[in-house]
Ligand binder design. Sequence first.
Ligand SMILES: Nc1nc2c(ncn2[C@@H]2O[C@H](COP(=O)(O)OP(=O)(O)OP(=O)(O)O)[C@@H](O)[C@H]2O)c(=O)[nH]1
Ligand SMILES: [Mg+2]
Length: 460
Amino acid sequence: MTRSAPPACDTIVAPATPPGEGGVGIVRLSGSRAEALLAAAFRGRTAPPAMVSHHLYHGRLCRRDGTPLDEVLAVIMRAPHSYTGEDVVEVHCHGGSQLLRCILDLFLAEGARLANPGEFTQRAFLNGRLDLAQAEAVAALIGARSEQAARIALGQLEGRLSQQIHHFTTELRELLLLLEAHIDFPDDDLGTLDHQAVSTRAAAVHAAITELMLTFDNGRALREGVSVLILGRPNVGKSSLLNALLGEARAIVTEIPGTTRDTVEEELVLDGLPLRLIDTAGVRDTTDPIEQEGVRRAREKARAADLVLLVLDGSQPLTAEDRMAVAMAPPERTVLVRNKSDLPAAEEPHSHPFLSHVAVSVRQGTGLAELQAAIVAHFCGPGAGDTVGGVVLAERRHRDALSGTLTALERFRAAQAAGEPYECLAFELREALAALGQITGETTPDAILEQIFSRFCIGK
Ligand SMILES: Nc1nc2c(ncn2[C@@H]2O[C@H](COP(=O)(O)OP(=O)(O)OP(=O)(O)O)[C@@H](O)[C@H]2O)c(=O)[nH]1
Ligand SMILES: [Mg+2]
């Protein structure tokens, strides 16, 4: 698919800094008239046409009638060496909402158009400054909730993922060319197609993509954050555990069973892993309709949670209510927490089907570090945290595109094994390539592009 050429570069404007008061506010322009628009409003020792690209100049910004708006620093970044690849102007003014609005209005009155969300980055993409995976990394970097997430996004912005995709694409294109040569010139001196070599190379790409896809769970966890649900019968110390992990008295703790009746959610970053910690109402059979609803919610959330912390009171024998809670916990996503280890243990922990088992005393603060390590290990541990050549897949869209590539490669392998005509093999390779192209944006439908860029903030 050929992408439509960039629109005849109308000049867009938007605040690049968030709304509210701040030390500086930045208004950004991009397009062929960016410099002219600055020239119309800037009064300083150096007039915009004489400004050296990428240098800051001090001056005043004035309305047409000469009314000064603010003292500013202005910079022109001339095409093509700018973020968008077009002439970009940034005006650094004092950071006040009203002031920014006046400056924006000034440029709008001079003929600029208010930028759509993500339009600067969209232009960078359309002008070939970034591919789509890199453009998406810009949004991911801005939205990163932990250092690791930011690191993954930066790697993607710097083109690490794109390089991998490029490598797969080159490999498959070469195979496609080989096939097409045999289709177009069957009687030439090309010799017979070396099927073994072709299938080995296709299988190598398949294996590398499969390996890359294994990084997705970790990447998604770091990018989007994970949900960790605290589950158990009343009074085992669930809310106490929530508070201890948060380091603040967020939920009410009392010795009365049934204290928590609704779910309580808080965000927390553990070792760079952003997580949403959810405390729930104690699981028990109850006639209280409010508590019943709380228990229903706990059950529902246990199904959806990425990880469950199943809390038991280690000083008490297992009760029927404990068993209810155990039945609600998905074993492959549950860490067993035996709380109250400061009290004499009721019985030794017996074998259990859960991921791991940690003894803690929230009261004394013991075992919490082990529990935190167990949580992080589940999402980022060995095997889960592997990167492929420093690349971690973090975007569902990329995962889906890669799985499309794998499916096409599997059909390719089957067609080859069945001795189908070269045309059929070539078709599957083209499908595989089209799926890969969705990641970098070469084959991404316009509607999807719109959707991706609309998720950006204004001014980016
Ligand atoms: N000895 C001891 N007591 C604890 C520990 N952790 C919590 N408790 C006590 O256990 C009682 C119940 O604690 P909560 O955190 O309210 O228990 P919960 O599981 O949230 O209870 P519900 O909200 O009723 O379901 C309180 O009196 C806590 O002080 C612990 O490690 N050791
Ligand atoms: Mg509670």
